[in-house]
Design a protein around this ligand. Structure first.
Ligand code: DGJ
Length: 728
């Protein structure tokens, strides 16, 4: 039973096959946290909650002397502001008296089969009620009348659970939610490394790890999107954990707006993590009878290392986050016009690309930025989603017919949330862009941002997109978002609701994106934000793939894709081969193959020898597709490990097939180099179709694979493809 309640001791126990999560209704109905970690069969862990407290300095509303209880030092299930717990708080509600002291206590609970959806927000889903079980715990803040529901969904077969929160105003007065994090997790020690990303445009999701220290450490975004800088992901890995062994907790927020992951190590050297909407620039007015839902946090625990944590996320997202017709479907191998032509194209040039692409075996042509309004550079026309017939002579349908006649599908680019000051839309509706009174609007990439909180704005963009998508044979849409939000405010929101803007903005984007996906379910949507500035589970709910980075240099891509793989599956990672000249086409292809795969170059300019390599690559892409996309990822050498090499691989579920990729970033002089492979069956024998050698899985994993005479110059790479065979 994934969720049980011991009514005598009032203890909740949530179990997956590999993990347990335990909390208790304590005296005076406080909810205290008892345990989160490896599966345990029983729930006798109440002692874990008892912690030292400094009685005279830690105020306690509830005096529960016998146990020395203090909500300032004991592990709390969902920490509240201003009533004795001085550590970071998950919840703060300003009441009609003007103070933000908040105190929730248990009222009741119920267990729900399956998983309810979150109103207006993306979330994990179940196919049948047997896929997951949900616990709803009702709590009440008596003074404000705020009813706070804590939700826990257990994905029993995955070692994963998710949490979210809903606040309902049952009083007759308004209240202001100053912060409502999605979850609070109190762990008894500080023996963890905090693993997270950092980055920027063209350098997204580089992994870093640092040991927890006393005090508060955090990653967050207040850019209006999850951002290139940090990602809504953080892991706490035991001091001793490695890629293959040891305990790791992974946390990933299903949200694309401003997020925060705050971690405090307190005076007891215990750790509290809270994760949710960033409270900076956030305050939500809740009128009587209204309710507010905070986004879902995905939580993974494993005792089998950081690699297994990633694999759990991958399985969970492939099955319960990615939706729609493209969920398990092989994605078309595409060529995108951006790096090939930028704004400089017309219909004939695109058709010429398509002709050569067809010869190579490419299946879809994507026309990127520059086809609409009078957009010949990035200074105009966003918001004017009508075809520029000076470029596409004969119109869009005629171009698509020509491309389709060659046997290729057709895709198109939009940046729906943006508006250029030099556009018909801006001239007609200057107030439709985000702005605040009395301040000059900052410009980013020569553009402003549409006020997505407004339905009239969303309807206009929806109608314009529909006109293009309904009247043309379009199979794919790339949805871009190319700047951060500043001067955040809406002309339509009253003063007391202006700080709702950031959250309302992303809710508006979700609504529009959801409408497009529902209206055109056959279309493959690829998200993008100047590369991977909005690479998060919220976006993945709408688009099964996201352009990972504008950086297509295969060597720099290694750390970007490696970092992305910490929780996002390969099927979601947009990766293309470009014309950049850092390495040859072999390495570019070997790196891009660990993604959705495609090309981003002028195919007409390819030399005969490069063309030959690319044609072979296309064949390899089909040959390796199943093992890469349906297999399990094993990371072997991090690009940051020694600065010389990076290696990783995929092993099929039945362990009969595997592919491993080795890239030499910088030549090093070792005459031999062994790499221990992972994930194989030690008892099986594997045939390597390049070297024609047969080795046992045990040998390849324990002694290692020997590079011998394989390529090792700067930027070189090779792939080994293994198939299980009868014993030699
Ligand atoms: C940023 C994207 O990441 C690129 O791939 C391209 O679509 C440009 N925008 C177009 O403006």
């Amino acid at each position: 039973m994934p969720i049980s309640f011991d009514s005598e001791n009032k203890i909740f126990k949530l179990d997956t096959k590999t993990s347990s999560y335990i909390f208790q209704v304590f005296e005076q109905d406080y909810l205290i946290h008892l345990y989160y970690g490896a599966y345990i069969p029983d729930n006798g862990v109440a002692d874990l909650a008892m912690r030292n407290c400094n009685a005279s300095f830690s105020p306690a509303n509830a005096v529960i002397g016998e146990h020395g209880f203090s909500c300032d030092s004991w592990p709390m299930e969902y920490s509240c502001n201003g009533t004795g717990d001085m550590r970071i708080s998950a919840l703060a509600i300003r009441n009609h008296h003007g103070n933000a002291s908040t105190d929730i206590r248990y009222v009741s609970h119920r267990v729900i089969k399956g998983k309810p959806a979150l109103e207006g927000l993306p979330s994990l889903y179940t196919m049948t009620d047997d896929d997951a079980t949900t616990l709803e715990v009702k709590t009440l803040d008596k003074v404000t009348g705020a009813v706070v529901y804590l939700y826990y969904t257990v994905f029993e077969n995955y070692g994963a659970m998710t949490r979210w929160v809903r606040v309902e105003n049952t009083s007759d007065k308004p209240m202001d939610i100053q912060r409502a994090y999605s979850a609070c997790i109190d762990l008894p020690t500080m023996n963890y490394n905090m693993i997270h990303h950092y980055g920027m445009w063209c350098k997204e999701r580089t992994l870093v790890s640092r040991h927890l220290e006393h005090g508060i450490q955090a990653v967050a975004s207040k850019r209006g999107s999850s951002s290139h800088t940090y990602n809504p992901f953080v892991a706490l890995a035991d001091d001793t954990a490695t890629e293959d062994f040891g305990e790791a907790y992974g946390f990933n927020l299903v949200y694309s707006g401003n997020f925060a992951a705050d971690i405090e190590v307190d005076f007891n050297s215990a750790t509290r993590l809270i994760m949710g909407i960033n409270p900076t620039d956030f305050c939500w007015r809740l009128e009587a009878g209204e309710s507010f839902t905070a986004p879902e946090l995905v939580m993974v625990y494993t005792a089998e290392g950081i690699g297994e944590m990633s694999r759990i996320f991958h399985r969970l997202y492939n099955n319960h986050l990615i939706r729609g017709e493209w969920k398990n479907k092989k994605r078309p191998l595409l060529i995108n016009s951006w790096e090939a032509a930028y704004f400089d194209f017309d219909d004939d040039k695109l058709v010429a690309f398509a002709e050569r692409a067809k010869e190579i075996g490419i299946e879809m042509l994507v026309m990127d930025d520059g086809w609409f309004g009078v957009r010949n550079d990035d200074r105009s026309s966003l918001g004017d989603w009508f075809v520029n017939e000076d470029k596409l002579k004969g119109g869009l349908s005629s171009l698509i017919e020509r491309v389709n006649a060659l046997g290729l599908k057709f895709g198109i680019w939009f940046e729906p949330e943006m508006i250029s000051p030099d556009s018909d839309l801006y001239r007609a509706h200057p107030d439709w862009c985000i702005h605040v009174p009395e301040r000059v609007n900052s410009i980013g990439r020569n553009q402003y941002i549409l006020d997505m909180t407004r339905k009239d704005v969303r309807d206009n963009i929806y109608e314009q997109m529909c006109a293009i998508l309904s009247n043309n044979n379009i199979d794919y849409v790339k949805w871009d978002f190319n700047r951060n939000i500043s001067e955040a405010g809406s002309a339509l929101l009253p003063v007391e609701r202006q700080q709702e803007f950031f959250h309302r903005f992303i809710l508006g984007t979700y609504e529009l994106m959801g409408r497009i996906v529902d209206t055109f379910p056959h279309i493959l949507l690829e998200n993008c934000s100047g590369g991977g500035g909005r690479f998060d589970p919220g976006m993945l709910y709408y688009s099964p793939q996201i352009w990972c980075s504008d950086n297509t240099d295969p060597i720099e891509r290694l750390s970007i894709q490696y970092g992305t793989s910490i929780c996002y599956p390969v099927s979601t990672v947009g990766a293309h081969v470009s014309a950049c000249d850092r390495t040859g086409y072999e390495t570019k292809g070997n790196v891009a193959m660990s993604g959705t795969f495609g090309y981003e170059l002028d195919p007409i300019k390819l030399s005969d020898s490069d063309l030959r390599i690319i044609k072979r690559q296309v064949k390899d892409y089909h040959k390796y597709y199943d093992v890469i996309h349906n297999g399990d990822l094993y990371r072997l050498i991090a690009p940051t490990a020694n600065g010389h090499r990076c290696a990783w691989g995929y092993v099929s579920q039945d362990k009969n097939e595997a592919i491993f990729t080795f890239v030499t970033m910088l030549r090093c002089e070792n005459s031999t180099f062994y790499v221990r492979l992972k994930g194989l069956d030690p008892e099986k024998y594997y045939y390597d179709d390049e070297t024609c050698e047969v080795h046992s899985g045990a040998l390849l994993m324990n002694a290692g694979f020997n590079f011998k005479n394989l390529p090792r110059s700067d930027g070189s790479s090779f792939v080994i493809h293994l198939k299980a065979v009868d014993k030699k």
